[in-house]
Design a protein around this ligand. Sequence first.
Ligand code: PGA
Length: 247
Amino acid sequence: MSRKFFVCGNWKMNGDKASLGELMKTLNSAKVDPSVEVVCGSPAVYLDFVRSTLDAKFGVAAQNCYKVAKGAFTGEISPAMIKDCGAHWVILGHSERRHVFGESDELIGKKTAHVLENGLRVVACVGEKLEEREAGITEKVVFAQTKFFADNVKDWSKVVLAYEPVWAIGTGRTAPPQQAQEVHEKLREWLRANVSEAVGDSVRIIYGGSVTGGTCKELGGQKDIDGFLVGGASLKPEFIDIINAKQ
Ligand code: PGA
């Protein structure tokens, strides 16, 4: 089954109108593989600006949102607001949300359900910490995190699963391609067994954690790696090489 390669930039809390404007100018004029789906994860305050500046062939994602439509939740944003800015994706369960801001699996699950009910799509992130890998419980951890997503997803065609080992994020320590492939394959098996064969076959599972222009080709060549979630390198022209990893 062919799964459309998916590359999502995660700009995190970086950039300003000037630098992101420059970056988008570079992206808009770049030669990008038309068979790849590309999405840029913008800081919430710039969603409108990014959507109106970025070429329509690129999708736009928010990096987080809250679990309800509106109300007295100072500082939060809702899927409805994200949609109102013209964006169609939300990144949920990112390791920084889990481990810096203490988001629980339960909260991430509720956000997922609410985002999907509002017609947006989700980049659903899972990944083990270094001590969890060293303790040999990587699968247990990522399966448990995936279950919280699965319990809140009705239509998996609206979800991309992102495997991001925490120890590889922002560290320059990309997971060895074989090792990443192993986890992707296990996640696919888990989806086959716990959701359905069809979902296991069709869901895109992308890798994140220090992906660069140098590491993307070998990673992208793995059977179960269907694209990337890219932090640091998504702020550089190098992002174009990552988009074109399969060429
Ligand atoms: P990185 O970030 O590419 O800078 O490691 C990836 C991510 O956090 O999504």
